[in-house]
Unconditional design. Structure first.
Length: 164
């Protein structure tokens, strides 16, 4: 089984409930084993800044699925939870991004793993570091990448996921 880290984000609607429901939906898939979930973090918008703040988290899973199958499942969950793609980096009810997969490298029109902006986004690195503190990305420790981000000071932990 391959270990993946999936980033979750929401800045529309009941953000906390949407993140929790996305994790629940992932866990309902028999092909996916949820290993851990980070704290939730409130973060300023990235890329397109004229929108509400996000709640972000990372979930660690294991699966035998190929990256494209996992991507399809994530997009299906997004659709179930009301995601509408209007503009790049725009506001959204829910976003599920495959950030990292152990020994996984994928680059095609639909999917890139590791995520192409991972090293620049404190909102992804902080919860990822919580679950994988020893992760090395492109030859550097996750701590090094996090120190290079500009927005890490504007991120605050809002608490744990509710456990069912």
């Amino acid at each position: 089984m391959t270990k993946y880290y999936i980033g979750l984000g929401s800045n529309l609607g009941e953000r906390q409930n949407l993140l929790q429901e996305a994790v629940r939906q992932l866990g309902l898939l028999p092909e996916i084993q949820i290993q851990a979930v980070s704290h939730m973090y409130e973060t300023p918008p990235w890329g397109k800044t004229d929108q509400p703040p996000f709640l972000n988290a990372v979930v660690k899973i294991r699966t035998d699925w190929q990256p494209e199958q996992l991507c399809s499942a994530c997009q299906h969950i997004e659709q179930m939870l009301g995601r509408v793609r209007k503009e790049k980096w725009g506001a959204r009810t829910i976003d599920l991004d495959i950030l990292w997969g152990d020994d996984v490298c994928c680059h095609n029109e639909r999917l890139t793993i590791p995520h192409p902006y991972l090293k620049e986004r404190a909102f992804a690195l902080i919860p990822l570091q919580e679950l994988a503190p020893d992760l090395v990305i492109d030859g550097q420790a996750i701590d090094v990448w996090l120190e290079k981000t500009r927005d890490r000071e504007n991120i605050r932990c809002t608490g744990l996921f509710k456990r069912e």
